[in-house]
Design a protein around this ligand. Structure first.
Ligand code: SF4
Length: 318
């Protein structure tokens, strides 16, 4: 079974798309595909309207600078022997051709964008707090003036206060530079404020996409509903799904395996006989709302194509 299969998504310019799913659902593999670190065997990858799926390594480098990654654990992604200036300037070395003075100016400008004074350029990772490390992480991602930032659990190692600070910073940068974000997380509770749209991934497939503001009321896929039910709430009775079965409890008896049909059927409290034989496809159920589930009739019609489109319009130079 492919790790990521039949994924159809797009990120619009200036949009934040939340990609939600459990560990092992294929989110990171999808990120590696977008960064050009892995090659898709099927389907199409579009960037700014241009198909880049079959581009060679050298040509792909030209778009890599436009897609950058903010890693989840800043400290472990930095070389402890490098100064902040060297860390932030690393992407400039990869894409080369900049005089030392200009390079320092660009690095200090990136630090300024994330609220760090020039004095931080001389410091080492162990001299920085968690929030400062994450700011350096973002400065490094910004130094090439990307159009799309892939943020992989950017708040996971931060406490609540720092999380809010970094969230606010990312929102400000998005408005200031017209950035688009792909925000990868397993935590559905963190996406509603930060994201415009949400795509839910399960075992390598997108099972539902819809506007973030509507997810609590309008999500229809049983997996999305179970993720919502798993969000901590004060009343523990509300954590249970509408069927009364807690999230994750398998609907099949032990030893049974599903070899065809819906990938979620072994855990789905609403599984029907058809779910064990016919694989549901991602279809438009309502305007701006797609889901892959046999439970719901196709109200608006139209199957999704196998396309990942990054930033529909060409970005304006900053
Ligand atoms: Fe559940 Fe069937 Fe929908 Fe899959 S297709 S999520 S098993 S109801």
């Amino acid at each position: 079974m492919p790790v990521v299969d039949r994924v159809s998504l797009h990120v619009d310019k200036g949009e934040t798309l939340g990609l939600v799913g459990e560990s092992g659902s294929g989110k990171s593999t999808l990120a590696r595909l977008l960064l050009g670190l892995e090659t898709a065997t099927e389907g199409r990858l579009l960037f700014g309207g241009e198909e880049v799926t079959r581009w060679g390594f050298k040509r792909l480098r030209t778009i890599r600078s436009r897609v950058q990654m903010v890693f989840q654990n800043s400290y472990s992604s930095f070389d402890p022997l490098f100064t902040v200036e060297r860390i932030v300037g690393e992407p400039l070395s990869s894409y080369g051709g900049m005089a030392a003075l200009e390079r320092r100016r660009v690095i200090l400008e990136s630090l300024d964008m994330v609220g760090l004074e020039s004095a931080y350029a001389e410091r080492y990772p162990h001299e920085l707090s968690g929030g400062q490390l994450q700011r350096v992480n973002i400065a490094r991602a910004l130094v090439l003036q990307p159009e799309l930032l892939i943020c992989d659990e950017p708040f996971s190692s931060l406490d609540f206060k720092l999380r809010r600070q970094i969230l606010t910073l990312l929102e400000e940068l998005k408005i200031r530079f017209g950035l688009s974000y792909l925000y990868i997380t397993h935590d559905l509770s963190s996406v509603s404020r930060f994201c415009d749209r949400i795509a839910v991934m399960y075992k390598g497939q997108i099972v539902e996409t819809l506007p973030a503001a509507r997810i609590a009321e309008e999500a229809i896929h049983p997996y999305t509903r179970s993720l919502l039910d798993a969000v901590p709430v004060q009343d523990p009775r509300l954590r249970r799904s509408r069927t009364g079965r807690p999230f994750g409890e398998p609907a099949l008896s032990q030893g049974e395996r599903v070899t065809q049909g819906c990938r979620f059927c072994s855990r789905c409290p609403a599984a029907m006989p058809v779910c064990f034989t016919v694989e549901p496809v991602l279809e438009t159920k309502r305007p701006s709302h797609q889901a892959a589930c046999h439970l719901y009739a196709n109200e608006a019609g139209g199957k999704a194509s196998q396309t990942f489109q990054i930033v529909k319009e060409q970005g304006q130079p900053r």
